[in-house]
Design a protein around this ligand. Structure first.
Ligand SMILES: Cc1cc2nc3c(=O)[nH]c(=O)nc-3n(C[C@H](O)[C@H](O)[C@H](O)COP(=O)(O)O)c2cc1C
Length: 171
């Protein structure tokens, strides 16, 4: 799929078919994520992959009972490895770069999934301590995004956007 079609096609999808996403497809998503830029090329993030029904249900509870989290075939959790970025960049790495690294990686995940005919949603409403427990996060590892991925049940409608003039400032 052409890049611009992929960007246009991505929609937050909150209903999935039971059909499983196979290992090869998951690997393709991960290989794409691994191309994302990161501060100093440190890739100060971790990716946790959850496929088991039991753990997806735990995650769903941690995500304020958003049911589609458990319904998705596979859930990717992107977490910031703050310590790793701090070693090179100090407070800026700790507070900002690691979170940005994880965020960009999660965005690549969404676009790769879309390009492969899958659908996903970005879930940011979750209990960070509970998600950290589920993914066995290291002490300075902070979950940033939970991305449930699966085959869509229906294409969600367009949510609309601001006018560019509200976003862009000409200096
Ligand atoms: C940081 C962030 C947090 C979000 N958290 C949630 C969430 O917890 N649950 C949810 O259903 N969607 C969540 N979304 C998805 C947004 O609601 C969605 O991207 C927005 O409404 C635009 O719709 P679209 O993605 O279909 O273009 C989140 C998106 C972002 C970027």
């Amino acid at each position: 799929m052409d890049f611009f079609d992929t960007v246009d096609k991505r929609r937050s999808t909150r209903a999935f078919q039971a059909k499983e996403v196979d290992v090869k497809t998951i690997k393709q998503i991960l290989d794409t994520v691994n191309l994302a830029p990161s501060a100093g090329d440190l890739q100060a993030y971790r990716i946790s992959i959850v496929k088991s029904k039991k753990t997806k249900e735990e995650l769903m509870s941690a995500c304020l009972d958003q049911e589609f989290v458990a319904q998705a075939s596979v859930v990717f959790i992107f977490s910031a490895d703050k310590k790793q970025s701090e070693v090179k960049y100090g407070a800026r790495g700790y507070e900002l770069y690691a979170v940005q690294d994880a965020t960009i990686a999660a965005a690549y995940c969404q676009l790769a999934a879309t390009a492969l005919g899958l659908a996903c949603a970005w879930v940011g409403a979750f209990d960070p301590l509970e998600v950290s427990r589920i993914i066995n996060a290291e002490p300075e590892e902070v979950p940033v995004a939970v991305i449930p991925v699966g085959y869509p049940n229906a294409r969600p409608s367009w949510t609309g956007r601001k006018e560019l003039k509200e976003l862009v400032r000409q200096i």
